[in-house]
Design a protein around this ligand. Sequence first.
Ligand code: AMP
Length: 292
Amino acid sequence: METIRTIDWMKQAARQARAESRIIGFVPTMGALHAGHTALVQRAKQDCSPVIASIFVNPKQFGPKEDFTKYPRTIEADSGKFSAAGVDLLFLPEATEIYPAGFGSYVTVEGLSDRLEGRSRPGHFRGVATVVLKLLEIVQPDFAYFGRKDAQQVRIISQMARDLNLDTEIVVCPIVREPDGLALSSRNAYLSAEERRAATVLHRALTAAKAELAAGTRDSLRLQTVIRKILEAEPLAAVDYAEIVDADTFEPVARIARPCYAVLAVFMGKTRLIDNLYLEPVGDSGELTYHL
Ligand code: AMP
């Protein structure tokens, strides 16, 4: 695996791959890698060669009171993990490379960016969309791989790619979980042992919603009540939001009749965790497929 630190060099390497008519896959991350990240690489390797990954802790997507300075940075271990997973090129720019003095252009995906995560974290998706557009412009991949763990994020990036006529296909990959159901996240490292045990409550709440749906419930309020009851029974958990939303608009829905998400954001102590259950009606029977 070759590590590249400058935009010029990264563009040059990607240009060369394109000149050889190779299919470029791209996996952007903020590092502190876990099996959720390497699963994206494995998926990319099925379709693409070379696979390019990036590690960049993007200051523009953190709020002033968020964890930018203490976000875990484990670059040596990350480099070993990406190399073992088969990444061909690692793009590892400094913040000054991506945002030189005088930087002043931002991308906002309107509407979608204001709800749920956007409401709780003002400016977050503007920072995400801006850095992802920059990375996609630098690498110009054929395919870029994102996790469904950040469902609203990948929806916003897909919208941006469509609105701005990008030549990259955005691929959504399944959530990777711990054996006890907790979705893998770099922020899980912040949890105390007690909080880590309690953090399974997100998955337990979504599993209960799934059981309720399997029993025939399609009413969102009923599902929300089931989810909230479980979350609120956990003394270490404080619910930020727990909603049933349309998978396209991320607006609340009254009934599950189209693809939807049950989306959760929950504080475990100071650590904010997110998770979701994706629901897809199949045919006209009202039957659902679940992605948990
Ligand atoms: P991050 O490093 O947190 O910015 O995440 C980089 C990419 O990994 C994003 O596309 C995330 O959605 C994805 N990702 C993070 N956690 C998981 C997970 N548990 N399962 C699948 N993808 C994930």
